[in-house]
Ligand binder design. Structure first.
Ligand code: NAD
Length: 262
């Protein structure tokens, strides 16, 4: 458990789910982490649990100056930025295309894609100078299959893959790698949050998700944040030093097709 020793990471959406699991695993692997999120309470609680190797920084990823400030905070606090994990996300309402509003479309792209543009842009400034760095962005099976998110979500997550490939080529000669992580169904609060739930109802939504996903796919269990955190460690570490512009699918086999009939 020392694959990230000496590395400094910023994890957006770090207060919950895949982001929180990744912050926890990154610290266990020797990294120091800036937990960036709009959820101050969960972010501060996680930072306290993780101790001196983690700090929370309020960051709304739809605002360029806040993303830039999170990157600068990592550099000012720990002297470098080795890993930028653009992971914050939300799921909007499921609507028929004729009912989807311009505002919902713009919000999906702002949170899920423009946010990564900000993260990549400001991380690249630091990483190019250092001559090293790994940038990871969380996409979704919704980017490559239908039915895993409302259409603005799928479109924004697919655009993120185009951004990843394009910037990977640009930054490769400078020692900076850029990859995407593609989760399948992971038991987190994202769906309950999208439905406007909170408190116990939000927690219960995670259990419903866990049970619902298990029936759908070849590996008969829902993904857990730790499953994605393990893949994120690979992308963040020097184990993936020859890996750039790629999409790492971690989905329990769901993109292969239906589960084998019981
Ligand atoms: P989650 O709801 O547990 O965590 C998402 C985090 O993002 C939350 O802490 C939330 O506060 C934060 N966030 C939302 N808007 C933000 C903003 N404007 N600025 C900063 N932070 C913001 O959900 P999760 O499942 O861990 O989601 C993490 C990523 O994984 C998302 O990009 C999501 O789209 C993607 N994903 C999730 C699944 C799944 O099944 N859970 C599947 C595919 C992709």
């Amino acid at each position: 458990m020392s694959r990230l020793t000496g590395k400094v990471a910023v994890v957006t959406g770090g207060a919950s789910g895949i982001g929180a699991g990744s912050c926890t695993r990154f610290v266990a692997e020797g990294a120091r982490v800036v937990i960036s999120d709009v959820d101050d309470e969960r972010g501060e609680t996680l930072a306290a649990e993780l101790g001196e190797a983690a700090v929370f920084r309020h960051t709304d990823v739809t605002k360029e100056d806040e993303v830039a400030a999170a990157v600068q905070y990592a550099v000012d606090t720990w002297g470098s930025l080795d890993v930028m994990f653009n992971n914050a996300g939300r799921v909007g309402p499921w609507t028929f295309i004729e009912d989807t509003t311009e505002a919902e479309w713009d919000t999906a792209f702002a949170v899920l894609c423009r946010s990564a543009f900000f993260g990549i842009k400001h991380a690249a400034k630091v990483m190019r100078e250092q001559g090293r760095g790994s940038i990871i962005s969380t996409s979704s099976v919704g980017a490559i299959r239908s039915g895993y998110g409302p259409h603005p979500y799928s479109a924004a997550k697919a655009a993120l893959l185009g951004l990843t490939r394009s910037v990977a080529v640009e930054l490769a000669p400078h020692g900076v790698r850029v990859n995407a992580l593609i989760p399948g169904g992971v038991a987190t609060r994202i769906v309950g949050r999208g439905a406007g739930l909170d408190g116990a109802a939000l927690d219960a939504s995670v259990e419903r998700m866990r049970a619902g996903i298990a029936d759908m796919q070849p590996i008969p269990r829902a993904g857990e944040p730790a499953d994605l955190a393990a893949a994120a460690v690979f992308l963040a570490s020097d184990d993936s030093s020859y890996y750039t512009g790629q999409e790492l699918v971690v989905d329990g086999g769901v993109t292969l097709g239906r589960a084998w009939p019981a």
